[in-house]
Design a binder for this molecule. Structure first.
Ligand code: COA
Length: 323
C-alpha cells in the first residue's frame, strides 16, 4: 500500500506554535575570515547569510514547546504525547523527548522521530494518526543542534547548517480537521549521499543531494496535491524544507508556484533540518500570510533519503495580525 492517503477520520487542528533560536549568530563573514570561502559564494550558491549556533536540542525544544503550549493556553498536564523530530539528539540513550516531557511536565508519552529533514512532516502525520486513534492533544516539535554534527573546518558543510527549534500543539476536533492528504517516502539505497556516523561529522554529496531534492520535492508535492484533490494553483502557501534557496526556487518553479507564495527563513537560519519547516511555518503564520480556509503545502526531503509532504486547510488559530 502506498504511504499516502486522504484521511477522513476524527481530525486535528493546530492551536498553538512557537520557536527557539540560540542567541549566537554566525555570519558568512565569520566563515570568510577562517575558511576558503566568501560571503558572495555562500549567498549566491545557497541563499544563506547567517545561522545560529549553540544551546542543546532539548533546551531549544523545551523553549519552543513552552511557547506553543502558552499560545494554546495549555500546560504540559494537558498533553497526551510529545513527538520530537530530531536528527541531532543530545544523547544516544534516552530520547531527547524524555527530557522535554519531564521539564514541560507533560503527562503523556514521549519519543523522538528521526526522518532527518522530513522529520517534522512525518511527525505531523503521526500526530494526526494518533489523534484519530483517540489522543486529544499532541505537542510536536522539530529541534536540532546540527552545528555539533558539522565539521566547522569543512567549507562544504559548515556554511549550510544551523541550530533551532519549532513546535506546534495539535488538538482533536469534532470534524475532519486540517490534514487533507500526505505522502511519506524513503529511498534507503541512497542513504550514503548524506550521513554522519555515531560520534562523527556529517559528510555529503551536495550535487547529488541537490538534484534528488528537487525531483522528490516535486513528486511528493504532486502526490499530496492529487490526494487532496487540489492543484498547486489552489495553494496559498508552500512551506518547503529550508536547505538551499536554489532547491526551493527550482522545485517551486516546477510546481508553478511563484516566490510570493513560498515561506522562507533560511537566509537567517541556514538548514536546521527537522526545525526548518516549523520555523518557516511559524514565521508565515506570525506575519499573517495564512488565512482561515487557506491551503498550505508542507514539503520536506533529507537524509535517508527521506521525503514527506502534507496538504492542510488552515482551520486553526490565527494570530492578531491576520484576523
Ligand atoms: N565556498 C567556496 N567554494 C565552495 C564551498 C564554499 N563554502 N563549498 C564548496 N565549494 C566549491 C566546491 O569545492 C567546488 O569546487 P571544485 O569545482 O574546485 O571542486 C565548487 O565550489 C562547486 O561545487 P558544486 O558542488 O558544483 O557547488 P553547488 O553549486 O552544487 O553548491 C552546495 C554546493 C553544497 C551548496 C549545493 O550542492 C547544495 O546545496 N546541495 C544540497 C545540500 C543540502 O541541501 N543538503 C542537506 C539536504 S537536507
Amino acid at each position: 500500500m502506498p504511504a499516502s492517503t486522504t484521511p477522513a477520520r476524527r481530525g486535528a487542528t493546530i492551536s498553538g506554535w512557537g520557536t527557539a533560536l540560540p542567541p549566537h549568530v554566525v555570519t558568512n563573514a565569520d566563515f570568510e575570515a577562517r575558511l576558503d570561502t566568501t560571503d558572495e559564494w555562500i549567498t549566491e550558491r545557497t541563499g544563506i547569510r547567517e545561522r545560529r549556533h549553540g544551546s542543546s536540542t532539548a533546551a531549544l525544544a523545551i523553549e519552543a514547546g513552552r511557547a506553543a503550549l502558552d499560545m494554546a493556553g495549555l500546560t504540559g498536564d494537558d498533553i497526551d504525547l510529545v513527538l520530537l523530530a530530531t536528527t541531532s539528539p543530545d544523547y544516544q540513550i534516552p530520547s531527547t523527548a524524555s527530557q522535554v516531557q519531564d521539564e514541560l511536565g507533560i503527562r503523556g508519552g514521549a519519543c523522538d522521530i528521526n526522518a532527518a529533514c522530513s522529520g517534522f512532516v512525518y511527525g505531523l502525520v503521526q500526530a494526526h494518526g494518533l489523534i484519530a486513534m483517540g489522543l486529544n492533544r499532541v505537542l510536536l516539535i522539530g529541534a536540532e543542534t546540527l552545528s555539533r554534527l558539522t565539521d566547522q573546518e569543512d567549507r562544504n558543510t559548515a556554511i549550510l547548517f544551523g541550530d533551532g527549534a519549532g513546535a506546534v500543539v495539535l488538538e482533536a476536533t469534532d470534524d475532519a480537521g486540517q490534514l487533507l492528504a500526505f505522502d511519506l517516502g524513503s529511498d534507503g539505497s541512497a542513504r550514503k549521499l548524506l550521513d554522519a556516523p555515531i560520534g562523527g561529522y556529517m559528510q555529503m554529496n551536495g550535487k547529488e543531494v541537490f538534484r534528488r531534492a528537487v525531483t522528490v520535492m516535486v513528486q511528493s508535492a504532486n502526490t499530496s496535491l492529487a490526494s487532496a484533490g487540489i492543484s498547486a494553483d489552489d495553494l496559498a502557501l508552500v512551506v518547503p524544507h529550508q536547505a538551499n534557496i536554489r532547491i526551493i526556487e527550482a522545485a517551486c518553479s516546477r510546481l508553478n508556484v511563484d516566490a510570493d507564495r513560498v515561506a522562507t527563513v533560511l537566509a537567517t537560519t541556514g538548514n536546521t533540518s527537522s526545525a526548518s519547516i516549523p520555523l518557516a511555518l511559524v514565521d508565515a503564520l506570525d506575519s499573517g500570510r495564512v488565512k482561515k480556509g487557506d491551503h498550505v503545502l508542507l514539503v520536506g526531503f533529507g537524509a535517508g533519503m527521506s521525503w514527506a509532504s502534507a496538504v492542510i486547510r488552515w482551520t486553526g488559530h490565527l494570530p492578531e495580525v491576520a484576523s
